[in-house]
Ligand binder design. Sequence first.
Ligand SMILES: Cc1cc2nc3c(=O)[nH]c(=O)nc-3n(C[C@H](O)[C@H](O)[C@H](O)COP(=O)(O)OP(=O)(O)OC[C@H]3O[C@@H](n4cnc5c(N)ncnc54)[C@H](O)[C@@H]3O)c2cc1C
Length: 504
Amino acid sequence: MTDVVGKEVDIIVVGAGNAATCAALSAVENGASVLMLETALKDSRGGNSAFTGGAFRFSYNGVDDLMELCPSLADEDLDNIDFGTYTHDQYYDDIFRMTQYRSDADLIEVLVTNSFDTAKWMTTHGIDLIPATGRQAFKVDGKFKFWGGLALRINGGGEQLVQTLHDKAEKAGIDVLYEATATDLLYDEDRGVHGVRCRHKGKVLNLDSKAVVLACGGFESNQEMRARYLGPGWDLAKVRGTEYNNGEGLTMALDIGAMPYGHWSGCHAVAWDLNAPAYGDLDIGDQFQKHNVPFSIVVNANGERFRDEGEDFHSYCYARYGGEILQQPGMFAWQIFDQKVTHLLRSEYHIRRITKVTANTIEELAPKLEGVNADRFIQTVKDFNASIRTDIPFDPNVHDGRCTEGLAINKSNWANPLDTPPFEAYAVTAGVTFTFGGIKVSTKAEVERTGKRAIPGLYAAGEMVGGLYFHNYASGTGLMAGATFGRIAGREAADHVKMLGQAR
Ligand SMILES: Cc1cc2nc3c(=O)[nH]c(=O)nc-3n(C[C@H](O)[C@H](O)[C@H](O)COP(=O)(O)OP(=O)(O)OC[C@H]3O[C@@H](n4cnc5c(N)ncnc54)[C@H](O)[C@@H]3O)c2cc1C
């Protein structure tokens, strides 16, 4: 790899996940030469992108649009799959509603209006999109009905995504320097950003370039930064994905005057197996997650429910489950299901490495819920079972309105009495996915200082972009935002290089 170090290169891309590889491919398409820096070994490359399930959120106007991305859809039984639509307006509405209208409108416009075209561009790079039935639509009376925009997902999930994009990058002549941890930007006021300093196998290297794209993730892997920015207790959370996103990219950019932007005290965190390892495990991918809260009741150590489990489809609230569990005594909770709904549970409930107990009665289950007040739990179930509007039919594909009445915390939808054994219970804690705080970028992915002044030669994409997510997050947006802004960053950085060439 030392030959890579000596090579002249137009653009250095820091990172080797989805946003970085999209930026690198786009830069090459636009005529630039690229070197990628990846802090991890080749085997563990790809950051959080490698851990994803491949949910991919884009707007579409109907099944004809989907067929453009997935021609094999024509072979499906389309009479029995209702994909609905996911228009630009639906996408905007979801994001702004969920982020309490705080998202940067200009950046969201770029994300939403480019999303379909980005998905198409990804397919030209070999990404295979397939229907997300099972995860985003259930079969009811022989028919699937999608509820929320995620019609297609990436076949093979994150592992395949990273492999495919890296194969393409290699074919495009893009070098990747592994075990290279970027620490500083080479910058001066006259020239702007003109390279990266990194640690590589015990040496410090100053690598020159004409532009730099930062796509090296947030600070979710860094306990100290989590405690500093997210608050007390977050240092104790488990990390769902990579151990390598330690906030270095953000720090490097802030050090040369980039504007901090977005929700720095916010993050995406889910219900995650209580006994999962401290960081993600690529053999398990995202399967320590436990997203089927809407069909459960969830209790804390006091044996009490603490959220409206039926507030919405999981896609629209799962990113908050983790933070809520973190606030509970002992930072854990149990999700309880009965046999009326276990057929609806996602694949993650069927893995071997799982903290699960079962029992034939609620009284028998109660003492098995480690750490939980058993008597209080039994009373909670009795009260819950007695409060359900069973006159309203259960339908997992729509907000069915089958609620509870009269409880301190009611369940708004999908409420079913726990009465059909064996009962199944799963222990969960908070699993951090990624952090929301980032740096300010323009709609061209240029990193900006205060006053919307771009820092010449510096671009950013992916988790590092601030201003997209506040309080909550709609599933499948992270990969789309990374691909969209990565593609733009690569193109704009290549244009910057061309402009420098003309100026000479
Ligand atoms: C378990 C899990 C499941 C998920 N599922 C989905 C999903 O289905 N759909 C979806 O849209 N999103 C999902 N996400 C979120 C998604 O992973 C992220 O939003 C997205 O992958 C971020 O891409 P990125 O390229 O910005 O960062 P990453 O993919 O994290 O890439 C960052 C890269 O930078 C490297 N790096 C870090 N620091 C340095 C440094 N100093 N020098 C050099 N390299 C460095 C890392 O090693 C890595 O290669 C999931 C996340 C997790 C953890």
